[in-house]
Design a protein around this ligand. Structure first.
Ligand code: P6P
Length: 334
């Protein structure tokens, strides 16, 4: 008996009641992300064909060459979210400041804000390696009926109501949580529907994959150096396998399925690490914890960090629970 897999749309509706704020808005917000994901996926998959490759010339706030696909993805997600009139504000890696969405009737009744990294790993676009979109959703804390404020975006990760990513890989998947576990949906491009392919995703508590840019080794804190040497020692289930794609979403996704740890530590080159707290580390930390994994900056839980700046960076260690705990132990003893 062929069981027709549930679509993302059906799953969102079916689980709406389980969501503690059970209101149509979150479902509609997730549906707008679903739509934007398909549009961006189409462009990403055709990037090699149309003249959309190559730096667009100007750089974003990160000082990085802005690939045209970055700009395109950023515009698509902002357009789609704005049109649905559900969010009162958007913050993006590609935007210096947050965007205030004035509801059509100027009543500012919308109660959600979205923070997004529209195309993470964009340096991989020209070499046909997977890239991803990361999103994080909060309820606003400033009064409904007024324009959104910076404080609405500077909430701790533990306040997120939903978070997820789209990975544009060998197949395109949307993986998200609304606080009741992590579920993965695979796009059937022929008909443009996402199907529930990975229900209740969980990090294996132990893993044998470590993901870190070893080119930075000499710049790492001693605790991280000691942990990497531990991964390479011949003992028990080690040496581990080193797998580092250069796309956080892809490394995270593989490690969640197979078991593993991802590290982007602070270094003398990046004193606060490289990854952004609000639209990279917090959403991935929410997913990790919902999938029985862990996420810390080496000392404290990512989702407990009090944000103070829209684009602030934090050191990031995330993955299988016991692997993260082992890395933290090495950080503590130095
Ligand atoms: P590095 C991509 O730019 C990104 O933000 C993550 O997706 C990725 O894991 C990391 O940076 C790669 O950084 O310095 O190792 O090239």
């Amino acid at each position: 008996m062929h069981h027709k897999k549930q679509t993302l749309g059906e799953f969102i509706i079916e689980n709406q009641s389980a969501f503690k704020y059970s209101s149509g808005e979150l479902s509609s917000l997730l549906n707008s992300l679903r739509l934007a994901a398909k549009v961006v996926n189409h462009e990403v998959n055709n990037a090699g064909l149309v003249d959309i490759i190559g730096a667009v010339g100007d750089t974003n706030i990160q000082g990085e060459d802005q690939q045209k696909l970055d700009v395109y993805a950023n515009e698509k997600f902002i357009q789609t979210l704005t049109r649905r009139n559900i969010v009162c504000g958007i913050a993006s890696e590609e935007e210096d400041d947050f965007i205030t969405i004035n509801s059509q009737d100027e009543s500012h009744q919308n109660k959600y804000v979205v923070l997004i990294d529209p195309l993470d790993g964009s340096s991989n676009i020209d070499v046909n390696v997977s890239v991803g979109t990361i999103f994080s959703i909060y309820r606003r804390i400033s009064p409904i009926g007024t324009p959104v404020k910076l404080e609405d975006f500077l909430q701790k990760g533990s306040e997120q109501v939903a978070a997820g990513y789209i990975v544009y890989g060998t197949s395109t998947m949307l993986v998200y949580t609304a606080g009741n576990g992590v579920n993965g949906f695979t796009l059937n491009p022929a008909i443009g529907s996402f199907y529930l392919s990975h229900p209740n995703m969980q990090f294996p508590e132990y893993g044998t994959i470590y993901s870190v840019n070893e080119g930075n080794y000499i710049h790492f804190p001693q605790g991280i150096k000691n942990y990497i040497k531990y991964c390479q020692e011949e003992e028990g289930d080690r040496p581990y396998t080193s797998r580092y794609i250069g796309s956080l979403v892809s490394d995270f996704h593989r490690n969640m399925i197979k078991g593993g740890i991802y590290l982007y530590p602070q270094s003398s080159k990046n004193p606060n690490g490289k990854l952004r707290l609000l639209y990279e580390c917090n959403p991935m930390a929410f997913l990790a914890e919902q999938a029985n994994g862990k996420a810390s900056d080496g000392f404290i839980r990512i989702m407990d960090i009090e944000p103070n700046e829209l684009h602030q960076r934090v050191p990031f260690i995330c993955g299988s629970k016991h692997m993260v705990e082992k890395a933290e132990a090495f950080m503590k003893i130095t």
